[in-house]
Design a protein around this ligand. Structure first.
Ligand code: ZN
Length: 305
């Protein structure tokens, strides 16, 4: 007989349910509805029956939020594997396969464009690239996106979708938390707005730094948001966690978020906030231009008054 026996079964890791499978038809993991692929794309990868939010690629995210075209920056930045790291396979090989699979050089796209007419700097993270993890390149690209916003006086939007810091880059990846937070502090001193959009999942070093620093923190419904994952917490405290723990609605209820917004309404909500925030913080000259424009429009609409 063994001396030690485990009383409880070890907690099984959850299968990754939210990837959109290939093929013409997709089965919703939440309500089992069979959805035609094109219908799903038309509804921004949200189930038309139960509103389950499938995970969205970074490029589709920009398409969903920007009015039209956007200009991408720092497209060619790529990690140089500073630690020559190897776990189950070399980090260099992981990078190569992620670049081949996603067509991106790292786990974030940074771009400028307009949302309902307001020009802004946006960063959207790509979960398909090593779990959307934040390494040196992600940190540098997001920092540059913020600095671009400061120099051109425009708001910042960061859409997080990440497992946290990239452990294959060790302490260098953790330093990105401080670097991005410092850039956001400079943005704040310039009185420019920052909207943080948290999507499923937003965990680890990303939650612990820029994802929670927004002037408004907006999340998609039922997104997993936390520092350590629920499995790690359960194993540490040896208790079953409450229903819906670490999901958007739970966090909203406990004051960690400002809003939970359906993806199909996200653009409207962000656009409304940006118009409100940028008029208030715009330079006096810009306010004058906008007032003149408003006056001209009113005059055009009501001749004779
Ligand atoms: Zn569904």
């Amino acid at each position: 007989m063994a001396w030690f026996k485990k009383d409880k079964k070890p907690i099984q890791p959850q299968a990754d349910k939210s990837r959109v499978p290939e093929g013409l038809w997709v089965k919703c993991p939440s309500c089992s509805q069979i959805i035609y692929n094109k219908d799903l794309a038309a509804s921004l990868s949200v189930c038309t029956k139960c509103s389950h939010h499938f995970r969205l690629a970074a490029n589709d995210r920009l398409k969903a939020l920007f009015d039209g075209d956007w200009q991408e920056y720092d497209k060619g930045l790529t990690s140089i594997d500073p630690l020559s790291f190897t776990d189950t396979k070399p980090y260099r090989k992981r990078l190569e396969s992620s670049i081949a699979n996603t067509g991106l050089q790292d786990a974030v796209i940074t771009a400028t464009g307009t949302i309902q007419g307001v020009r802004c700097s946006m960063a959207a993270m790509e979960y398909g690239f090593i779990g959307g993890s934040m390494g040196v390149v992600v940190g540098e690209k997001i920092t540059r996106a913020i600095e671009r916003a400061i120099s051109e006086r425009m708001p910042v939007i960061i859409v997080s979708c990440s497992g946290g810091a990239r452990m294959m880059e060790g302490a260098l990846s953790l330093m990105q938390m401080a670097k991005i937070s410092a850039a956001l502090a400079r943005l704040d001193r310039e009185r420019l707005p920052y909207v943080s959009v948290l999507t499923d999942p937003t965990t680890g070093g990303v939650t612990a730094s820029f994802a929670m620093l927004g002037d408004v923190n907006v999340a998609e419904p039922k997104a997993l948001i936390g520092f350590a994952g629920p499995r790690v917490i359960e194993q540490t405290i040896r208790q079953t966690l409450p229903e819906g723990f670490q999901r958007s609605e739970f966090l909203l209820e406990h004051g960690m978020l400002d809003m939970v917004v359906d993806r199909r309404e996200m653009k409207d909500v962000i656009g409304r906030f940006l118009r409100f925030a940028t008029v208030r913080h715009a330079a006096p000259a810009q306010v004058a231009v906008e007032l003149a424009h408003a006056a001209a429009t009113t005059a055009g609409e009501e001749p004779g008054t």
